[in-house]
Design a protein around this ligand. Structure first.
Ligand code: KG4
Length: 339
């Protein structure tokens, strides 16, 4: 096969991910997560994440090669997340990628984490149309990006000005004593609640607000205050209705702005990625609104939406396929790398 065989390494946060793809075909997706080590701190501890990557790196690369049934010497390139992310965590992946690429005599491709989150959809639905609008929503990001060339032209249209969408889910789950991470459990409770029970605020949706930016901190405060008031009055908190109404406020704004961005820019493909893309209500509402607007929606399966190495390999393969220049050996990690 003449499709590029690429290994991708992802270490921007708490997952050590190593994926192998041939063109748009996923061959291996090995992951080691340090999430349990962070749970008792209530969030990711950078130093702990870096050490965990260092321990997991080589075994995870070996596992991916074995899973794919390919030999490292047949690779056409090694791709790695160069940023954005936790600096120390990124450095482990970049160092490993350099060592393997140099030792094997393969080209090295430093790629952007957000562009990889978009490109991963090629492994699910085939070649990504260009242009495509992307809504990336996770614990660390909430962005609208316009991709006209996934290897070189991904333009930020808007982003959260405070909390990321996933962060809001996690914080509200904590206030409701539902545990961490909050997204999946709120999703579950919301299924049995009434999304119209409580009218929580929709951030940045006024006529003078930035059309494509997001804000979830006002919503988070409003929900917390509402719960406190119930508790202070000695009343029971209707957890399912709160979960459903809060979730509706988040996904209403996300889908409304994503569809508006598509319409304004004349783009008829929307992809949604990141951990929050697993949200069942987001998927349903996005599908409804896209259909009404004549937009084709692409959402990869949840395992490809969260951080993984396959997405890095997918973008690396695209770089090879389009004859993009490889990175220099002095490639560095950049915690705030722009797309
Ligand atoms: O992409 P991801 O695994 O990594 C981070 O950026 O941390 O995203 C994790 C985030 C968490 O905030 C989690 O609560 C959220 O995605 N999440 C969800 C759902 N599943 C995961 N949020 C809403 N609904 C879900 N079903």
């Amino acid at each position: 096969a003449d499709e590029p065989l690429v290994l991708g390494i992802e270490t921007s946060c708490d997952e050590t991910g190593v994926g192998i793809v041939r063109g748009h075909t996923l061959l291996a997706d090995a992951i080691a997560s340090s999430v349990d080590e962070h749970a008792r701190f209530g969030g990711v501890v950078p130093e702990v994440a870096s050490r965990a990557h260092l321990e997991a790196m080589v075994p995870t690369i070996d596992r991916a090669l074995k899973e794919a049934g390919v030999s490292a010497k047949d690779l056409d390139g090694i791709a790695v997340t160069a940023g954005p992310g936790l600096a120390g965590a990124l450095l482990v992946g970049v160092s490993a990628a350099k060592a393997y690429a140099y030792a094997l005599g393969k080209p090295l491709y430093g790629v952007n984490h957000l562009a990889s989150h978009i490109c991963v959809d090629q492994l699910e639905h085939g070649a990504l149309p260009e242009p495509t609008m992307a809504l990336l929503v996770s614990g660390g990001h909430s962005s609208l990006l316009l991709s006209t060339d996934i290897t070189s032209d991904v333009r930020p249209m808007g982003a959260t000005i405070d909390d990321a969408a996933g962060e809001a889910f996690d914080k509200i789950a904590r206030v409701l004593n539902l545990g961490f991470p909050g997204g999946p459990v709120i999703d579950r409770y919301a299924k049995e609640g009434d999304p119209k029970a409580i009218a929580f605020p929709r951030g940045l949706t006024g006529p003078r607000d930035a059309a494509y930016d997001f804000s979830f901190s006002g919503l988070k405060t409003a929900v917390a205050r509402w719960i406190e008031a119930k508790r202070a009055a000695g009343e029971e908190v209707p957890v399912r209705d709160v979960a459903a109404s809060f979730q509706e406020a988040v996904v209403d704004v996300l889908t409304r702005k994503a569809v508006r961005a598509c319409k304004d820019q004349g783009v008829d493909h929307l992809m949604i990625g990141g951990g929050v893309a697993a949200n069942s209500r987001l998927r349903v509402l996005a599908q409804e609104r896209c259909e009404a607007a004549g937009i084709r929606l692409r959402v990869p399966r949840p395992k490809l939406c969260t951080d993984n190495g396959a997405m890095v390999a997918a973008l690396g393969a695209e770089m090879v396929a389009r004859n993009r220049a490889a990175s220099d050996w002095d490639l560095s990690a950049d915690s705030s790398l722009p797309v």
